[in-house]
Design a protein around this ligand. Structure first.
Ligand code: 3PG
Length: 383
């Protein structure tokens, strides 16, 4: 992959910079100037690339997707980045009257998500250089992450470089001393990762709804606990769940109430009641997981081990994160819910790498080829 630091002359060059500003917003009307963006890490993470290009004198088009519109949050994005942004609606007719222009949601164009070559060519024609800094969307085969690279000299930004470097480092390290910890709710995206790590890690520690789904599949009663249903059985069948590397929780915090108002009980799996929900891992599991973490050299963490947005059920995840921080291991953490929790706890700079990728991180760790990296030449040298 060609890195942006290899390109010397950016003066007045029109740069199409693919970023990922797909951030969670508060429910309140977005005209409320308070703080509509719930989690700004993804925006901040692009600052190094943006600063570099601004200093080099480029005219930068910031291009991203989001659920709705950037119009009402562009000032907040500018504040986070430390720049005044100009907003433009139409990336197909860019004016670029300022060093930094934020364009409207790229997914408003039909050609984007179908990776339409004609649309990508239209996108490219007003620019000199394409830079992808959005690792977290490089698993999408879309025009702004894939087809556009065919029409412009293409480079990778600092954030994408860093994430790929760190994630390939943890994939390539010897299995001995490597621990992967997986939790959270999107069960079907994590099973391929478990499969890929069976010969790449020494320990695979599992919690959250992922553990619930495995228990359910094995025929245990998990009461009313959250566990993804559709399609999960088929993928679980393909997995060697008896492999001793896979460690499931031994005890749990359970309750009939997920709001945290009732004091939860600590029980072994056999005692989970029909009306109860598994909401966190229990103390014995925390102890066991922490001691494995303490002796690990490399750690990957994706997905909370319980309902961590409720304080009463966040203990397992917090202690495990704390054990990672205290260990001497190189650590990579990521995933949407995980980012929200570590932002809340102020732990961003405590890990070797905090990946901005949710789905992209998991696909990379599952060993899949990411289309956004493929077009930049990543796999030419790396396989
Ligand atoms: C993400 O939030 O993981 C990326 O921004 C990709 O978003 P998407 O799942 O809507 O493609």
């Amino acid at each position: 992959m060609k890195k942006i630091q290899e390109l010397k002359d950016f003066k007045n060059k029109k740069v199409f910079l693919r970023v990922d500003f797909n951030v969670p917003l508060t429910q309140s009307p977005i005209t409320n100037r308070q703080s509509p963006i719930l989690e700004t890490y993804r925006i901040k993470a692009h600052k190094e690339t943006i600063d570099f290009l601004v200093l080099a004198g480029a005219k930068i088009a910031l291009v991203s997707h989001i659920d709705d519109s950037f119009k009402n949050i562009m000032n907040h994005i500018g504040e986070v980045l430390g720049y005044q942004l100009i907003f433009e609606e139409d990336i197909l007719n860019p004016q670029l009257n300022s060093p930094l222009t934020l364009f409207e949601n790229i997914r408003k164009y039909e050609g984007e998500e179908i990776n339409d070559a004609g649309f990508a060519e239209d996108l490219a024609k007003n620019f000199d250089i394409y830079i992808n800094d959005a690792f977290s969307v490089s698993h999408r085969n879309h025009a702004s992450t894939s087809a556009i690279a065919k029409f412009l000299p293409s480079y990778v930004g600092f954030l994408l470089q860093k994430e790929v470097e760190n994630l390939s480092k943890v994939l390539d390290e010897p299995a001995d001393g490597k621990t992967i910890i997986l939790g959270g709710v999107k069960v079907s995206t994590k099973i391929p990762v478990i499969k890929n790590f069976l010969d790449k890690a020494e320990h695979i520690l599992i919690g959250g709804a992922l553990a619930n789904a495995i228990f359910k599949f094995k025929g245990f009663n998990i009461g009313k606990s959250l566990a993804e249903n559709s399609g999960v059985e088929r993928v679980l069948k393909e997995l060697d769940l008896d492999n001793p590397k896979i460690l499931l929780p031994e005890d749990f915090m359970v309750s009939e109430d997920a709001t945290g108002k009732l004091i939860p009980e600590i029980v072994p799996l056999a005692d989970v009641g029909d009306n109860q929900l598994i909401l966190d891992i229990g103390p014995e599991t925390i102890k066991k997981f922490s001691s494995i973490i303490k002796n690990s050299k490399t750690i990957i963490f994706n997905g909370p081990l319980g309902l961590a947005e409720i304080d009463a059920f966040s203990i397992g995840t917090k202690v495990v994160l704390d054990s990672i921080i205290r260990s001497n291991a190189f650590s990579v953490v990521g995933g949407g819910d995980t980012l929200a929790l570590i932002e809340k706890l102020g732990l961003f700079n405590k890990f070797g790498c905090v990946s901005t990728g949710g789905g992209a991180m998991l696909e990379f760790l599952a060993g899949n080829r990411l289309p956004g990296l493929e077009v930049l030449g990543y796999y030419e040298k790396n396989n």
